[in-house]
Design a protein around this ligand. Structure first.
Ligand code: ADP
Ligand code: MG
Length: 720
């Protein structure tokens, strides 16, 4: 029996009735297995003596004797207070709602005592304490994550019972070879030890065992997905040479510049992979401005040459439209038929467009996630490209695969290219994206000057405005970005760019009112426009067009301009309340400038209380260099998106990686891919080498893996 197969309900445990069962089920504990995998969040080492007199040095852990029973308050609130003493001091146990302790702790009795004590009216006391019989074995106690209606004692008691009743004969879920190599515990021992360890050393081993096992299965699933893809043999199509295809050739010839080395390498790798019999799956990482769009177009063109369709998906309408405009400009002259599919259902051309897509009269379709919505049918979707992949969750992948498989003309898994500037941390790249090949574009188009970044206090904003004025005078353009759309909504609350309202945004500048101020007071001689997510699609398009053409010189915006927007003549990015933005978002915003050959500037303006001069980071006081300051300093000191993402991770902690918290990339029980990166890499090597030698898991020693996958497959919720 595997642990994950213990699906018996909890009332198979002694003394568990309906009420306890429903309390547990409220906390998500519905079976023996889920009880046993509710791992402790901490362990209290009770082997070390801390006498009462040292109550302020930590949790008291001592042997104490009961010396008196007192009562205070009267009537319903009547409360028991038990006087105790150990060799060092006297103290009181305040027994709220526990009058029964009077009988359990008669005067003269000696008990083991643990608890947090405090001192009040010169008396050492505790309301949160535990008692045990002296000499009892468990000197390390588990501390479980609690939710309403659960207590430590209840969980400890039930867990102990479940271990005794069900875990005498647990099967190992890892091959013995792996257990030996990694010096892991047997599953039964690991699960007992994780709850009730006999020493801190053995606890460490138990944790390592369970962490390794979880990561091993994660990687087995990843490896299997990759095998599955390679089984999807495309037969007749496989023998294309992997040089440039005719459309790719013509496209490159028409470009006004040459491709960078990174772009060339990316397209070579894509071409090579497309010449193999199975669909490609690749992650392309290249910093903001490295020219990923062209790589996407080139990949799509190869598919068109092969008679298939390609879909390019972007996270915002603004970016999708920009891609569509570029596609029209660059691809139509080659005789390729691109189209922009908006999610906007009111758009009258949509029905016709969908017909054309199903009829194969569109070669490359560009849009937002609407590209994969229900009513969209492809004739032959052969390649899906996801731009700014970090903005999407992993579940998208299932939808894309389904679209390809349900194409009218032919069924199969479509190729997949994910592009990201915010690098996916290596550890995640090895997990949910662990079956993708990775291309890194590490160079930039020539002639780019590094962007000069300045930190400025709000009180110094005038200096920034003056600086930007000079840039405008010499013909450049500027973005001003704000954390809020408008100051107040109808309900009197400030409006955030994601459409939520909040009432603690007092004193923040917003795009709507600042657009007005920029136009009327600060730069009346230049044309200013406003852009944010609530503005109508058509108007957004007009605004962006005018900005691109230079008819609009100043764009007041929210973070809608964060991803992808490409206007090379813009040389200034001013971000107000920079402290409100994540580092990766700041890096993306900064990447909107520095796209031409001119020197570009980014100003990070942060709120300050006092009115002090100093645009220069050197002038910041120690305190200002505290957390917030340090965070923004990262932007001054680094221009490499990969480094910034890593620092972002440090500031935010694992599990908080950009975009990942919302999209539910991966929920693990005990492992943490960032913290346990070393184990992850080893587990991956083990899992992959097993799958390589024995893909169908037929060998005796791999029998347990096949059995686990068969009976209780893990990780289905992340599409693995
Ligand atoms: P990102 O990687 O951030 O998506 P883009 O694809 O938007 O970058 O490209 C940024 C800018 O660089 C665009 O204006 C694009 O036309 C230009 N560009 C791309 N490749 C090259 C190149 N090889 N030489 C010169 N400019 C290029
Ligand atoms: Mg881009």
């Amino acid at each position: 029996m595997f642990l994950r197969e213990l699906i018996q309900p909890l009332n198979t445990l002694r003394n568990v009735g309906d009420s306890v069962k429903s309390r547990l089920s409220d906390a998500g504990i519905t079976s023996i297995a889920s009880l046993l995998t509710r791992y402790p969040r901490n362990w209290e080492d009770r082997s070390r003596n801390v006498p009462l007199k040292d109550w302020n040095k930590g949790q008291v852990c001592t042997v104490a004797k009961v010396i008196a029973h007192n009562w205070f308050w009267f009537g319903a609130k009547k409360t028991l207070k038990i006087e105790i003493e150990d060799q060092s001091a006297r103290a009181a146990l305040v027994c709220f709602n526990r009058p029964f302790l009077k009988n359990q702790l008669p005067i003269g009795k000696e008990v083991n005592l643990w608890g947090r004590f405090y001192c009040k009216f010169n008396e050492i006391m505790s309301t949160s304490f535990e008692i045990g019989i002296p000499g009892s074995k468990n000197t390390i106690a588990p501390v479980y994550p609690l939710t309403k209606n659960l207590t430590q004692n209840l969980l400890r008691r039930l867990t102990q019972q479940a271990l005794d009743q069900y875990c005498t004969n647990l099967e190992d879920e890892l091959p013995q070879k792996v257990i030996l190599n990694e010096k892991l515990l047997k599953k039964a021992d690991a699960i007992k030890t994780i709850h009730f360890p006999s020493s801190m050393e053995i606890l460490e081993k138990a944790r390592n065992t369970l962490i390794y096992e979880e990561l091993f299965y994660l990687e087995i699933m990843v490896g299997r997905r990759s095998l599955e893809r390679k089984k999807d043999d495309r037969g007749e199509e496989q023998k294309h040479a992997c040089g440039l295809s005719p459309l790719q050739q013509r496209f490159i010839e028409r470009l006004p510049f040459t491709l960078t080395q990174g772009q060339v390498k990316a397209i070579e790798e894509i071409n090579e992979e497309m010449s193999r019999p199975w669909p490609l799956a690749r992650l392309i990482q290249g910093d903001v401005g490295s020219g990923k769009t062209l790589v996407a177009f080139l990949a799509a063109l190869r598919v068109v040459d092969q008679g298939g369709q390609a879909a390019i998906m972007a996270p915002t309408e603004l970016l999708a439209r920009q891609h569509a405009d570029n596609a029209a400009r660059l691809l139509e002259p080659l005789g390729v038929r691109p189209a922009y599919l908006t999610g906007n259902l009111k758009y009258s051309g949509r029905t016709q467009l969908l017909k054309n897509l199903a009829a194969g009269e569109i070669d490359i379709v560009l849009g937002t996630h609407a590209l994969f919505s229900k009513d969209v049918v492809y004739q032959n979707l052969n390649l899906a490209i996801i731009d700014e992949q970090h903005r999407f969750g992993v579940t998208q992948r299932q939808a894309i695969i389904a679209k390809g498989q349900n194409s009218l003309q032919k069924k199969g898994i479509p190729g997949l290219i994910m592009m990201s500037a915010t690098p996916i941390p290596r550890t995640l790249a090895l997990t949910v994206f662990g079956d993708l090949d990775v291309t890194v574009i590490s160079d930039m188009p020539p002639g780019r000057k590094p962007i000069k970044t300045h930190l400025s206090k709000e009180s110094n904003a005038q200096k920034v405005y003056n600086f930007v004025r000079k840039e405008l005078e010499s013909g450049r353009q500027a973005y001003f970005v704000y954390p809020l759309i408008g100051q107040t909504t109808l309900s009197g609350q400030a409006e955030l760019p994601d459409g939520n309202s909040t009432d603690d945004e007092e004193g923040l500048k917003d795009a709507v009112s600042m657009a007005d101020k920029l136009a009327k007071e600060i730069y009346p001689q230049y044309s200013t426009a406003l852009i944010h997510s609530k503005i109508d699609d058509e108007e957004k398009r007009k605004t962006m067009d005018a900005f691109r053409k230079g008819e609009i010189r100043i764009l007041a915006a929210t973070s809608v301009v964060e991803v992808g927007v490409d206007v090379p003549n813009a040389s200034c990015m001013v971000i107000h309340h920079a402290e409100r933005f994540g580092l990766s978002a700041l890096h993306q915003l900064r990447g909107r400038v520095g796209r031409g050959s001119d020197q570009s500037y980014c100003f990070l303006i942060y709120s300050d209380q006092e009115d002090q001069p100093g645009i220069n980071p050197e002038e910041l006081s120690e305190e200002e260099r505290s957390r917030e300051g340090k965070r923004l300093m990262v932007m001054l000191e680094n221009s490499d998106g990969f480094v910034i993402a890593e620092k972002d991770l440090l500031f935010r902690g694992p599990g908080q990686i950009a975009g990942i918290e919302q999209s539910g990339y991966l929920k693990l029980g005990i492992a943490d891919p960032v913290r346990d990166a070393d184990a992850l890499v080893r587990a991956r090597t083990d899992a992959f080498s097993i799958l390589e030698t024995d893909p169908d898991l037929l060998q005796d020693e791999h029998h347990c893996i096949a059995a686990v996958l068969d009976r209780a497959p893990p990780f289905s919720e992340v599409g693995l």
